[in-house]
Ligand binder design. Structure first.
Ligand SMILES: [Cu+2]
Length: 292
């Protein structure tokens, strides 16, 4: 979605990327580590940060204390929604970043005081998704920049709120235990071991020079990325699951738990490129993985 939805659906470069995409056949064996333990340790320790998405608004907390958070999104609307955090520095507020988002229809061209800070992306209607991240003290814009049919992005229709993260002197909580490390760069995700069947916890780190996402979609039977690209959010979705990490600036880290069942998965990044504003998927940041 994102830029692709209100871009012409026949962008030649995007289709070239689709044709040249590598199809990886993941091994059928399940994860050898201890994903159950990993999930438990994450769940027990992190502070929940719950957002409810509607068409087109968020309900969620205005304040939390710095530390490890489990950011959860419950989509009660009829459209695809996500939670994108943007860290606001230099005393800036939501009202300062709003006109920039409005003008650029997304995250392209953000000033240095507005840094993408992750979040969870994206929840199909009726779904709950979550991600674990450390939130540093400061002020954040919480927005949804998924586009509508009319070319606007959801933030223009009211999907925005502010989050204040207050300093905390509480004892630090250990990082969740990860079973896979995923490193984001220009323009790919590098996996310490391939995605496999079963439960796993990904530790995702942006080691690149630009902000990146890591979106994971399980395609509906017979559907392709072309169908995902063309889906307007109305009618049956061409995917059965969508989760992932929203755009995060270089150096950012998040933990994503997956329970991978057999099917075809698309793993990609739609963050806008710093040079040409095209979604990174068009620069080759797209993997298709078949799980048997
Ligand atoms: Cu939305």
């Amino acid at each position: 979605m994102h830029c692709l939805m209100h871009r012409t659906p026949t962008t030649p470069r995007w289709h070239r990327a689709l044709r040249t995409v590598t199809v990886l056949i993941a091994a059928a064996h399940s994860v050898g580590a201890t994903p159950g333990l990993a999930a438990q340790s994450t769940r027990g320790a992190a502070t929940p940060l719950d957002y409810v998405a509607m068409d087109y608004a968020f309900r969620g907390p205005a304040r939390t204390a710095a530390g490890l958070h489990r950011i959860r999104l419950n989509n009660t609307g009829t459209k695809l929604h996500h939670v994108q955090l943007i860290r606001l520095e230099d005393g800036k507020r939501l009202g300062d970043v709003f006109p920039i988002l409005q003008r650029n229809k997304g995250l392209h061209g953000l000033p240095s005081w507005a840094r993408p800070a992750g979040g969870v992306s994206a929840a199909l209607p009726g779904r709950n998704i979550e991600i674990t991240q450390r939130l540093a003290a400061g002020r954040y814009a919480v927005i949804c920049w998924i586009p509508t049919d009319d070319g606007q992005i959801h933030v223009m229709k009211g999907m925005m709120t502010e989050l204040e993260v207050t300093p905390s002197s509480a004892r630090g909580i250990a990082d969740p235990v990860a079973t896979r490390r995923v490193t984001l760069t220009e323009y790919q995700a590098t996996w310490s071991a391939p995605l496999a069947r079963g439960r796993q916890t990904l530790r995702i780190e942006n080691a690149g020079k630009q902000s990146h996402e890591l979106l994971v979609v399980r395609l509906a039977p017979g559907k392709t990325m072309r169908d995902v690209e063309r889906w307007s959010g109305t009618g049956p979705a061409p995917m059965e699951m969508w989760t992932g990490l929203a755009s995060i600036a270089p150096g950012g880290v998040a933990w994503l738990e997956l329970d991978v069942t057999p099917g075809r998965y698309a793993i990609f990044c739609f963050a806008p490129d710093a040079r040409d504003a095209k979604p990174h998927a068009e620069h080759g940041f797209l993997q298709i993985v078949d799980i048997r």
